[in-house]
Design a protein around this ligand. Structure first.
Ligand code: DP6
Length: 398
């Protein structure tokens, strides 16, 4: 094990990425084991722009398990957290003398948790990465991440990742598997429009349970639509066929939100701004005469756009026209991540005729520009540890 060891304390620090699905997971066939009713595919977003960092420590001197999330101590009394911890210890190598120790966990996101940007996927992937290294668990551990949050099993690998639904009741074959590495399609870019809005009314776990119980369309989707979309998406990714990739991505997003409408009582995650972004994307693609950009929405109003590097500048000009930065907002606070300067000359007349949409100031809070990146990794740099030599958070709000 490469973690840091002092006399009484063993620590590991890991970093894990967010993933955004292009074939969506929505609905479980087993709530406890978090087994999905269909397979799904996602892209892993680059950790430089969005990631979770987690340090875990084990020591005979700790008198109980403790966890700090984004600077605040939280209860360990969370069934999913407990299941993950139990599973890791069950699979720990017999040699691991740490199995009887209590642990301390400290975890931080480099992006706002409340923004609803798949933070549980990065969070559980990071926790499982760190714990399995600490306890020396060998082999594929994506099924343990899945027990924390289904989509977390797609955040351990980089590039594009498939979560195979599996067939076994035990869930051992319901795992994440890399389709291609992050170097496969280097031109792929992701632009996230963080949309202003209240905290989501209903979280994804509750939402998909309600859909599973009440939506006949959900079953049709899982049986008849997703298997075909999985094949199309795998082929589009492997052959780097952007129009095919983009079309399935948008149809998958639309279908997820149609299932939410078919749920009883219905659930709506997208708001008016989300729908304006859908209109903008289709208007742009029509103007270009081919699909150049795709949108996708999860359990919230934020839009995630997939596009190729060559389109970024022009697409940003269109986005800027409809969603200009708030008047007094500094540019670097509105555009985060990779350079997002739009130097594309698009005339006002073109923007007006293509979009016929009024500017909506303040509808988008900020924009993150990122790309596909690597999976969860250990960080060996000593300064990266979030816990001090006593196993307490180096920085704590309260
Ligand atoms: C809409 O993985 O958050 O983002 O397994 O209950 O923790 P639980 O749900 P979660 O669901 C994510 C759903 C989604 C689509 C997706 O990521 O595939």
């Amino acid at each position: 094990m490469s973690g840091k060891r002092t006399r009484n304390l063993e620590t590991i620090t890991c970093r894990a990425p967010v993933n955004i699905a292009v074939v969506k997971y929505w609905g479980k066939r087993d709530e406890k084991l978090i087994l999905p009713i269909n397979s799904s595919i996602s892209a892993t977003l680059h950790v430089d722009q969005m990631c979770t960092t987690t340090t875990v420590a084990a020591s005979r001197d700790f008198c109980k398990d403790r966890i700090w999330l984004n600077g605040r101590e939280e209860s360990m009394d969370n069934p999913r957290l407990q299941t993950v911890l139990r599973k890791v210890k069950e699979r720990a190598s017999n040699k691991s003398e740490l199995k009887d120790c209590h642990i301390h966990v400290c975890s931080e996101n480099n992006f706002p948790t409340a923004a609803g940007l798949a933070s549980s996927a990065a969070g559980y992937a990071c926790l499982v990465s760190a714990l399995t290294k600490l306890f020396n668990v060998q082999g594929n551990v994506t099924d343990i991440a899945r027990l924390g949050s289904g989509s977390a099993c797609r955040s351990l690998d980089g590039g594009f990742v498939e979560w195979t639904m599996g067939e076994k009741d035990s869930g051992e074959d319901s795992t994440g598997k890399q389709i291609v590495t992050e170097d496969h399609w280097p031109e792929m870019r992701i632009i996230i429009l963080v949309v202003s809005g209240k905290k989501k009314a209903i979280g994804s776990s509750k939402g998909m349970l309600r859909s599973t119980q009440t939506s006949p369309f959900l079953k049709h989707r899982a049986d008849k639509v997703v298997p075909d979309n999985m094949k199309k998406m795998q082929a589009a990714i492997k052959s780097k066929d952007f129009p095919a990739f983009a079309e399935v991505t948008m149809k998958e997003s639309n279908q997820l939100h149609s299932v939410c409408q078919d749920t009883y009582p219905p659930i709506s995650y997208m708001n008016d701004t989300s729908w304006s972004i859908v209109r903008l994307v289709h208007a742009y693609n029509e103007y270009k005469g081919q699909i150049k950009v795709a949108y996708t929405f999860d359990a919230g109003p934020n839009a995630v756009l997939y596009l190729l590097k060559e389109s970024v500048s022009e697409v940003l000009a269109f986005i800027n026209h409809v969603f200009p930065p708030p008047n007094n907002q500094e540019k670097h606070l509105y555009f985060k991540g990779l350079p997002s300067e739009s130097n594309h000359e698009v005339t006002k007349a073109t923007l007006n005729s293509v979009l016929s949409m009024e500017p909506q100031q303040n509808a988008v809070k900020y924009i993150i520009h990122t790309k596909v990146g690597p999976g969860a990794q250990e960080i060996t740099n000593e300064d990266a540890s979030l816990l001090d030599e006593n196993g307490l958070p180096k920085s704590m709000k309260s």
